[in-house]
Design a protein around this ligand. Sequence first.
Ligand code: ADP
Ligand code: MG
Length: 251
Amino acid sequence: MRTHLEISNLHVSVEQTPILKGLSLRVRGGEVHAIMGPNGSGKSTLAFTLMGHPRYEVTDGSVVLNGQDILSLTPDERSKAGLFLAFQYPQEVPGVSVASFLRAACNAHRSSEQELSVMQFTRKLRDKMAALEMDAAFANRYLNEGFSGGEKKRNEILQMAMLEPKIAVLDETDSGLDIDALRIVANGVNQLLNPQLGIIVITHYQRILEYLKPDFVHVLMDGRIVRSGGPELADELEERGYDWIREGIAN
Ligand code: ADP
Ligand code: MG
């Protein structure tokens, strides 16, 4: 079945303050959606809400992934249902290698009968790393310890490859990505995209979209998607900023 995420009329408050005010978005497998918008428009709020962060209170609306109501699930259950959020994993775990972390994460998604043997896991990891053109030695590094910005991104993309989610949300807004890291994310996304996987890239910058060609671009402003279009919308935002859209709404 082709993946289908339906976000309808989502209202979210943080400490009683409404942040998202009726956000609707449909993402299907094989599609890349870029969500852009000025600082403070609610982009990260959307990501945290999808993850199930307790600070973000959903006051109205629904999020349904392949027929399943996501909002009633714990963050862990959401992950098992196929939702992947790039920032959901620990920042730095000394003494735990990338490989052993990934094995634990993969097996947490499986029943005990279906757990991958060390050999099955190793083969899968090797195949995914080869597909992503990653150096095999990376798997033996300690998780995020001393990782550069680019290596953190590589690790995120590898997690995504190994967990095979249905919907991946990449919030790139505040990460100060250099061009190398942007390329890693874009190449990884392009490699992994398939009819079972839909991707939401949240970004403040138009830059990443030079490498990663979104099918749809959405502008989030004051807690709502106020404009949607194709990749040309990102070019227009780069040229003209956000004010012209703001004025269009006011009129
Ligand atoms: P963006 O990612 O688009 O820059 P955010 O979703 O981070 O925007 O923030 C949207 C608004 O919600 C901002 O006004 C911000 O101050 C507020 N906000 C977000 N998260 C929190 C929080 N945890 N506590 C208090 N205010 C928050
Ligand atoms: Mg943000």
